[in-house]
Design a protein around this ligand. Structure first.
Ligand SMILES: Cc1cc2nc3c(=O)[nH]c(=O)nc-3n(C[C@H](O)[C@H](O)[C@H](O)COP(=O)(O)OP(=O)(O)OC[C@H]3O[C@@H](n4cnc5c(N)ncnc54)[C@H](O)[C@@H]3O)c2cc1C
Length: 399
């Protein structure tokens, strides 16, 4: 099918991790969909992604985990170093599988596992409306074309056009910026299989081994107006990274200086959906629903946004297949599809609410200038999330 046609059964808007995983999960259940991605190439900004055990369980269900395991070594231990008081302590990483994947490896395998003609690049959705008579979704594509769909799944990220239609916006912001990138070590790095986090005042540097010769790193720090300037050029981002780690151990300074320029990415501030918005929103309008960051952008402090996308994909495909029995042609009635989406949202809501609340409290603790607010966040985290790794044991179940 060309997206010159005017009708489609299931349309997924956005070909990021969530859109591709959702299309693949549906495909594994024998359900055909199309993915509309506005970029002309698959996007994998941000160098790498940390995947916790819950994410690996979802990747196993999608049938792509074993291939991805070959691309990244497992992370077996963690170390936290505070430069303020020279405190060095072990940082628990959990007993189960933790690895860091190249984003390109992840999106490529998801995309390559899809049937031909599923993914349509260079196809931007400008807006969506429900037909006043049939209540079916009608998408307006760039170039003025209209596409009628039976089902629309908005996986179009934090600035989602589909969630706009539902009045769901990621309006909150943490004034924290993040620089991410890779550094190659032709003679091998010294991390072994250890995740290292080094902190000095408001700046944190994370280092994760990907292979014996490649390290993924991130620097989080308070947003400054320098960041907006720096985001315009890879060299400026590198300079900012080097400036940010002044006073850090030599290994970290060298890592920033010798980074792979192309891999660098600067996120100027972090946009998220507030937990209370996730609690009160419906996330469905007729046969249109949301998944991934479009529904629950939550900041990177637990490194769970991507894994939550994979979980969404599994649960959504399972609910749609079970409730509607719409194999291949989406022949379920409108009511069956709505029921399936309600079941999906019921299952996902409490999970993403807990994740986003934990992430919100960590973000507030890092972002707030008031010591009192920081203290309250620490208390709430200790009371509500005493098992700080509990989120990684979640199992989204079988496809
Ligand atoms: C600094 C940082 C570090 C992170 N680290 C981790 C980590 O280590 N582990 C982890 O699990 N998560 C991490 N995350 C979160 C994770 O990156 C996101 O949760 C995840 O990428 C969201 O995927 P998505 O597919 O929902 O959205 P996106 O990745 O934003 O994809 C949306 C896609 O939709 C397309 N699109 C947008 N609008 C339209 C339109 N109108 N028409 C057509 N296409 C459209 C976009 O081009 C894009 O390709 C991090 C996030 C940040 C900011």
């Amino acid at each position: 099918m060309e997206i010159g046609d005017t009708k489609e059964n299931i349309v997924i808007v956005g070909g990021g991790i969530c859109g591709l995983a959702t299309a693949l999960a549906l495909h594994r259940k024998g359900i055909r969909s199309v993915v509309l991605e506005r970029s002309n190439t698959l996007r994998a900004t941000g160098a790498a992604i940390i995947v916790h055990p819950n994410g690996w369980r979802a990747l196993d269900q999608l049938g792509v985990a074993s291939h991805l395991r070959e691309t990244a070594i497992p992370i077996l231990s963690g170390q936290f170093h505070s430069l303020n008081n020279d405190e060095l302590k072990e940082m628990p990483v959990g007993k189960e599988e933790l690895r860091c994947l190249r984003r390109t490896d992840l999106v490529d395998i998801l995309a390559n596992s899809l049937p031909r003609n599923t993914l349509h690049l260079g196809c931007e959705v400008l807006s969506i409306k429900l037909d006043p008579i049939t209540s079916s979704p009608v998408l307006q594509l760039q170039g003025g074309r209209l596409l009628n769909a039976k089902i629309v799944i908005g996986c179009d990220g934090v600035n989602s056009a589909i969630s706009n239609m539902m009045g769901v916006k990621a309006e909150k912001i943490f004034t924290i910026s993040v620089i991410r990138g890779f550094t190659s070590y032709p003679n091998g790095h010294e991390l072994g299989s250890q995740f290292r986090l080094t902190k000095k005042n408001d700046t944190q540097v994370g280092q994760l081994p990907m292979t014996k010769n490649l390290v993924y790193w991130f620097i989080t720090r308070k947003y400054t107006c320098q960041d907006s300037m720096a985001s315009k050029s890879q060299k400026l981002i590198r300079n900012l990274a080097v400036d940010s780690v002044e006073g850090f151990p030599t290994g970290i300074i060298e890592m920033a200086k010798n980074c792979e320029l192309d891999s660098l990415h600067l996120t100027e501030y972090l946009r998220y959906h507030a937990p209370w918005d996730i609690l009160r929103r419906r996330f469905r309008e007729g046969t249109v629903t949301l998944a991934g960051d479009a529904m629950h952008a939550m900041g990177p402090f637990l490194a769970q946004g991507g894994s939550a996308c994979l979980e969404d994909a599994i649960v959504l495909a399972r609910c749609l297949a079970r409730t509607t029995q719409i194999h291949r042609n989406a022949r379920g009635t409108k009511m069956q599809v709505e029921e399936a989406f309600d079941e999906y949202l019921k299952e996902r809501k409490m999970r993403v609410l807990r994740l986003s609340l934990q992430m919100y409290l960590i973000g507030k603790m890092l972002d707030a200038s008031s010591q009192f607010v920081k203290f309250i966040c620490i208390i709430l985290l200790a009371v509500l999330f005493s098992d700080s790794h509990g989120h990684t044991r979640y199992d989204c179940g079988s496809l």
